[in-house]
Ligand binder design. Sequence first.
Ligand code: AOF
Ligand code: ZN
Length: 348
Amino acid sequence: MNQFMLRALELAALGRGHVSPNPMVGCVITHQLGDSEPRIIGEGWHQRYGEWHAEVNAIRSVRPEDTHLLPEATVYVTLEPCSHWGKTPPCADLLIENRVRRVICCNDDPNPLVSGQGFDKLRAAGIEVETGVMAELGRQLNARFFTFFEKKRPYIILKWAETADGFIAGEQGRQVKISGDLAHRLVHRWRSEEDAIMVGTNTARLDNPRLNTRLWPGKNPTRIVVDNALSLDQTLHLFDGSQPTIVFHTCEDDTLAGRPNVIHAFTHSLIHALTTLHERKIQSILVEGGTSLINSFLQAGLWDEMRVFRSQAMLGGGIAAPTVQGEMMSREMVGLDELTVYTNSPGS
Ligand code: AOF
Ligand code: ZN
């Protein structure tokens, strides 16, 4: 019954911005009396990192007068129930204890701590298991989580704003306001939804960004700056210690390390930097510029999503915007700006 899985996916999405690096997971428990329509008797989702998993919240939501129905129940859960003792006991064990009849999932858990073992546990206990139901929607919902485990790098979103005549900045990279206030605010929301934000040396130097989420009530991500020669001024907002900042550089002799909340990481290539971020459990990055940093991701083919604002303004010259690639996913207006989203994975 896809309607129940859709409901579970909808519930899962309520965890957006609160559960990373865990996946968003939703769970719906149904019971069918004879030939009548199945009825939802429990619902839950993973609400916050470190807190209860979706299955626990769903089982707990079942009313006392309905608990006797659990042995005849079907559990729709968007991800394979976990089999490991993490911050909470294994969800597979919980479903077994409650002797549910059937478990239906969208996706197998790519986390090696689980990956297949949750299903094995359930099947060994005599529970019917079906997986791969609405699998594509499940993968889209947790694209960051799947990319992290399958590609061993964070999910990469490239973002920029360009003028109607295709410029991203003025001459010599001079900062110009291109997109409007609504777009600006939306970007703060996006920041709160990702683990990290990344900028290049020139953007850090010329724009002196804070890279926080002051226009949106969400968490502040880790800031990442590429500063190969470690030449950036230490009084920049990025180094104010208010949020963790990772500085990628190519200097063998790193004498600046050790400031509060500033982590220095030697790197010799983009892929090496991404591997370092993977080791630090960063599942997603929003790359906010400038052009040369964005172009280096594009040239290496290392990106998953592109979000481009186009304003009505004309600049007549300056730094040309990167060339869009990929498949167009959506196009909408954000205030007076047009926002187009492209993906690098055909068919997703
Ligand atoms: C589930 N249901 O709702 C979620 C699951 O650190 P922990 O203990 O919270 O475990 C995190 C891992 O558990 C995570 O990497 C993923 O493999 C799985 N997440 N599993 O059965 C849930 N959020
Ligand atoms: Zn679990």
